[in-house]
Structure formats: C-alpha cells, structure tokens
Design a protein around this ligand. Structure first.
Ligand code: ZN
Length: 413
C-alpha cells in the first residue's frame, strides 16, 4: 500500500539562504494577515446582514477566491513575486484549513481549535515547497558520500544541505521548511511502500487511563515519564515570574522568553518521542490492537460524570482535566492508528461504554463493581483485579469479533 511518510531533518542554510527564508516568512505572514482580515470583514458584514442574504449578494469567501486575488495583490506589492508562488498559495490553503477546523468545532461545541489568529513578526510560519517532477534537477535528495548529509533543490533558494540519518527511499512529494527555537528544520513528505510484515500472534486490548497512561489486557502498564509534569510546572513558574516583571521587553525579559521557548520545545519533543515509541512497541508486538474510541474532549469538559460511566468521571475532578491533556490521549491514539498501518497491525476502535463496570470473568455489569479508580471487585462472582486491566480485557473482547468479521469480509471479496 502506498502511503506518505514524513521525515524531519535539521536544515543548514548559508547566510544568503537564511535571509531569503526570513524574507519568504515575512511575505507569507503578510498574505496570512491580509487574507485573515478579509475573512473577518466578510463574516462581520455577513453576521449583521444575515449570512445567507449576504452570500447571495456578494458570493462566498473561499480559498480559491482568495488565491485568485493573490495575483491582484502581487501587482500592488511586486516584492511578493520574490517568494515562490506555491509557498504563498499554501498560506491560503493553511488558513482555509484552520478555518474549517474552527467551524467544525463550533458545530460540535466542544472543540479545542480556536479562531485563526494574526501572525506577529516573531511568529514562525511554515514554508511549503511543492515537488516538481518536471524540473531537471529533480526532487530527490542527493546524499553526500561518506557523510550524514544530503542536499535537495528548493525553488528559488537553490540547493540546501540537511542532516540525513537514513536513506530517503521513495518520491518526495513536497517539503516543509520551518524555523524553530534552535534553528531551521525541513520535513520531507515521502511517498512509497512502507508497510512492514507483522509476524506477531498476539492481540491486546488497551485502556487509556489517568493513573497509568496505557494499561494492556495482559496487565502491563506504560506510564508517561513523571519528568514531563516537572517540566510543565517549571514552564508555568517561569512564565508567571516573567509576567510579573515590571519592565517588559528588557534584555533579561527576552532572555527568559527564550528559555521558556527552549523548555517548551524540549517537552514537545520528549512527548512526541514517548508517543511514537509506545505506539511502535504496541503495534510491532501485536497483530491486533483494540482501543477505546474515546471522546477525549467530552471527557475533559464534563467532570461531573455520567450514569453509564461514573467510575471514570467522578474521580479526581479537578486534576483530571489537566492530567488528560498532559497525557495526550488523542495524540497517542492517532499515532497507534498511524503506526498500525505501517507495521502491518490491525487497529480496531470500540465504544468503551460499560467496559469499566463489566466483570471480565462472568460478564456482570454493575456500578458497584468498581468502587475506586484502581480496584475492581465483582459483586457477582467475587473476582478481584486491577480495574484498568479488567477494562482492557473487556475492550479486547469487544474488538475481536469486529476484527474477525472485517477479515472474513476481505476473504469473501
Ligand atoms: Zn464477576
């Protein structure tokens, strides 16, 4: 199966190239801010005149319409011609996507995606370079012999050097260049066959929890390192201390801001690494992984608890919201699904309703089965075990028939 894989590498630019990139960034910020302003104006007017009537009279606002206006804008600001055309149009695509996310979440009323914001001069904006199969220089990175570096040809920039730990096999569809706290990075979107053969005979159910991040039906716990919490607290402390400073934008204030940004980057990378490694371990050691199809956002919002699932939501109300967000359940679940297709492991999502109250040995469903967050004791047969392990076993039971029926369908087809 052909899929896209992202490879992120450190990018080394010479002084001309980095000043060009900075210039592209400022052009992209300008386009973003103007396009955002246009959209806000449109929605302001539409909300006063009635959206449908306004749309009928003035047409709707879209990515394509704005792309067409980009040409007009370029004639007003000819310096925009210095930036690759694809990079500028991608800014409008990105804006459109973030608006779509914003609107979709508005409908659900529980989303975390906010309204798109104006970019400040300090904000980094990703620069997309589209792959062009027709260029003679090609779009395949050339590895420099005997070194861990490779080169790739970018539109209007020329040949750039990046650190490359592995051979890039496959076709590079596009590149994304982004400035981070400690320098430039390039992400190559490579298309190819990446599926590995899965030789495992095991299958597991997974319960995502507050006390243990991951609990498997075999009784194994995988916890998010406690250091993450410490770094988060440190960031919070530094931020509040910096906010209390009397003189803003002083040298020491700026120094502190850089320090916070570095810590945030460190935390984000460590979390990514943990999520990736956990997802990889689970999908290589098993041929079937069953996960609960949790609405993470719903759970973070309602700490009160529901009739179906009181054991989970009642506990540790105030601490729960923060704990779930710092545990990054959604990110982990998405990674397991993504890594599953890569490692040849089937991932099945099931509705977790009643899984925490059902006895895994006799099947009795009762609220009193789970008295505390950690302990499970069946009031029917007396089975005692860790509540998360019990839930994980139930999740596996729910997912297995779903998996069998889907494989049977494939055989018939
Ligand atoms: Zn029982």
């Amino acid at each position: 199966m052909v899929s896209i894989r992202n490879i992120k590498c450190r990018l080394y630019l010479n002084s001309t190239q980095s000043s060009l990139m900075e210039m592209y960034q400022s052009h992209c910020r300008l386009v973003w801010n103007l396009a955002l302003h246009q959209r806000e104006e449109y929605w302001n007017k539409a909300s006063t005149h009635g959206p449908l009537q306004y749309k009928e009279a003035h047409g709707s606002i879209s990515e394509y319409g704005q792309s067409a206006e980009l040409t007009v804008l370029k004639n007003d600001f000819p310096f925009l011609y210095d930036t690759p055309a694809g990079t500028l149009t991608n800014v409008l695509t990105a804006l459109d996507q973030s608006y779509k996310l914003f609107f979709s979440n508005l409908k659900k009323k529980n989303g975390l995606a906010g309204k798109p914001r104006y970019k400040r001069s300090t904000d980094s904006i990703p620069l997309k370079f589209k792959g062009n199969a027709n260029t003679k220089r090609g779009y395949t990175p050339v590895r420099i012999d005997g070194q861990n570096y490779a080169r790739i040809f970018l539109d209007k920039i020329g040949s750039v050097r990046f650190r490359c730990h592995e051979e890039v096999i496959g076709k590079v569809k596009n590149c994304m260049v982004k400035k981070e706290t400690d320098g430039w990075y390039i992400t190559l979107a490579v298309e190819g066959e990446f599926t590995r053969e899965n030789r495992s005979h095991k299958m597991i159910g997974i319960d995502l929890g507050v006390i243990h991040t991951v609990t498997t039906s075999e009784g194994e716990h995988i916890d998010m390192p406690t250091e993450f919490q410490l770094i988060e607290e440190r960031i919070k402390f530094l931020k509040s201390r910096n906010d209390r400073r009397k003189v803003k934008f002083s040298n020491s204030w700026k120094k502190e801001v850089r320090k916070i940004a570095k810590l945030q980057q460190k935390l984000a990378r460590a979390k990514d690494y943990f999520i990736k490694m956990t997802a990889n371990k689970l999908t290589t050691e098993n041929f079937l992984v069953v996960l609960e199809d949790l609405k993470v956002k719903n759970m973070t919002r309602s700490a009160k608890g529901t009739i179906e699932d009181p054991g989970r939501n009642v506990a540790a109300k105030s601490g729960l919201n923060r704990s779930i967000l710092s545990n990054n359940w959604a990110a982990l679940r998405n990674k397991i699904v993504q890594m599953g297709s890569k490692n040849g492991c089937e991932v099945v999502l099931v509705n977790p309703k009643h899984t925490s109250q059902t006895c895994s040995s006799c099947g009795l469903i009762h609220i009193d089965n789970r008295r505390t967050q950690e302990h499970f004791k069946c009031i029917g047969c007396g089975t005692e075990m860790n509540a998360d392990v019990n839930a994980a076993i139930n999740i596996l039971r729910l997912g297995e028939p779903k998996f069998r029926s889907s494989t049977d369908d494939k055989k018939v087809a």
